[in-house]
Write a protein that binds this ligand. Structure first.
Ligand code: MRU
Length: 336
C-alpha cells in the first residue's frame, strides 16, 4: 500500500505529492517548520493526512525543545501547535488532531513523559484514521447491490488519509466485490488532484480509471454514464453541510438535476459538531499563481485579478448519505 507518511523515531518522512505522478520523492525532516510548509504548499494534503502530519509535527517540536526546562518546553510546543494550526483553515481534521495533541501536552508532568505520550498520540491518530477508512469502505460498499459506474472528485485515497481512503476506499471495496463498472475521475482544477493523484493511485491498486475534465461531468450524467457520485469531505457541519474541494457543489447540483445519488464519505474526525451549518466553515483562498501558471508556464496575462477558493460547501439537502466509520447517515442530518 502507498505510505504517504511515516514516523522514523526522531524524524518524519513523507511523500511530496506536488511531484506526483512524475516522481515518487520523499522528504525526511526533523524540523516541524518543514511540516508546516509541506501542509501549506500541499506536499502533504487531504483532510485526514493533514491532521496526521500536524500531529507528528508536534512531536518534532517536542524533540527540538527536549533539553529545555518543562515550562519553557511546554510553551515552545504550544507555540508550535498554534503555528501548525495556522497552516490551512478548512479541513477540521487538522484542529481535531491538534486538540488531541494539546490535551496530551497539558496532562504531561515532565518533558520525557510529554515526548513519549505525544508520539504515542500521533501514532494513535494515524491508527484511528486508518481504521476509519476500513469501516467507511465496509459501510459504503453495503449501500450497493448492483455494479455501478462512479464519478469521484479530488483525491481521497491513501495519499489523503494514510489508510485505504474515504471515497476511494469505498470504490476500492466495491471493486474487490466486482461491483465497479467504471470509475470516472474529475481532473479537479486547478491543482489537478484527480488527474495527478487519484488516477495514479487507482492504477497502482489495479483499477483503470477514466479521466475527465471537471466540465465534462454534466454531459456524462446526461448520457446516463454515471450511477452515483462519491466524494470525500474536509469539514461537515452539524446540519450535514459539506465543505470539500472546489467543484464538489457543482457536482452535487448536477447530480440532483439528474436524480443521481451524491454520497459523501468521511471519518468522524471530519465532522465539526461545534458549527451549525456550512456558512461557518472557513474557506481557504489560494494564491493567483495556482490559476495563472501551469507547470511553470504563465498561461494568463500579467496583473490579473483572480479569485481562488480551494473548497466549496454543498448543502445537506443535496447529499444522499454521509458514509462514516460509525454508520451511514441519511437526511435529516444532526451531528450534535
Ligand atoms: O486541497 P486538498 O488537496 O487538501 O483537498 C482535499 C480534498 O478536498 C479531499 O476531497 C478531502 O480532503 C477528503 S480526503 C479524504
Amino acid at each position: 500500500m502507498i505510505k504517504p507518511i511515516e514516523w522514523c523515531g526522531s524524524s518524519l518522512r513523507f511523500l511530496d505529492q506536488t511531484k506526483l505522478p512524475r516522481e515518487e520523492y520523499y522528504i525526511e525532516t526533523d524540523d516541524y517548520c518543514v511540516v508546516i510548509d509541506a501542509i501549506t504548499s500541499l506536499k502533504v494534503r487531504g483532510a485526514p493526512l493533514i491532521g496526521i502530519a500536524a500531529s507528528y509535527g508536534v512531536c518534532l517540536a517536542a524533540l527540538k525543545y527536549f533539553h529545555c526546562g518543562f515550562e519553557s518546553f511546554s510553551s515552545h510546543v504550544q507555540n508550535a501547535i498554534d503555528e501548525l494550526a495556522a497552516s490551512r483553515p478548512t479541513a477540521v481534521n487538522l484542529f481535531w488532531a491538534l486538540e488531541r495533541m494539546k490535551r496530551i501536552l497539558q496532562s504531561a508532568r515532565h518533558v520525557e513523559e510529554a515526548v513519549s505520550s505525544l508520539v504515542h498520540e500521533a501514532d494513535t491518530i494515524l491508527q484511528i484514521e486508518k481504521e476509519s477508512c476500513l469501516m467507511i469502505a465496509k459501510h459504503g460498499a453495503a449501500l450497493f447491490s448492483d455494479s455501478v459506474s462512479v464519478l469521484t472528485h479530488c483525491n481521497t485515497g491513501a495519499l489523503a488519509t494514510g489508510g485505504h481512503g474515504t471515497a476511494l476506499g469505498v470504490i476500492l471495496q466495491l471493486h474487490k466485490q466486482g461491483k465497479i463498472r467504471n470509475v470516472y475521475v474529475d481532473e479537479t482544477s486547478p491543482l489537478l488532484q484527480g488527474a495527478r493523484l487519484t488516477t495514479w493511485e487507482l492504477k497502482k491498486i489495479g483499477i483503470e480509471p477514466i479521466l475527465i475534465t471537471d466540465s465534462m461531468a454534466g454531459t456524462l450524467m446526461q448520457q446516463k454514464m454515471i450511477d452515483c457520485v462519491i466524494v470525500g469531505a474536509d469539514r461537515i457541519a452539524s446540519n450535514g453541510d459539506v465543505a470539500n474541494k472546489i467543484g464538489t457543489y457543482t457536482l452535487a447540483v448536477l447530480s440532483h438535476h439528474h436524480t443521481i445519488p451524491f454520497y459523501v464519505a468521511a471519518p468522524t474526525s471530519t465532522i465539526d459538531s461545534k458549527i451549525k451549518n456550512g456558512n461557518e466553515i472557513p474557506i481557504e483562498e489560494r494564491g493567483e499563481e495556482e490559476l495563472t501558471v501551469i507547470q511553470g508556464q504563465r498561461v494568463a496575462p500579467l496583473d490579473l485579478q483572480t479569485y481562488s477558493p480551494a473548497f466549496d460547501v454543498t448543502p445537506a439537502h443535496l447529499v444522499a448519505a454521509i458514509i462514516t466509520d460509525i454508520e451511514v447517515f441519511k437526511s435529516p442530518y444532526s451531528f450534535d
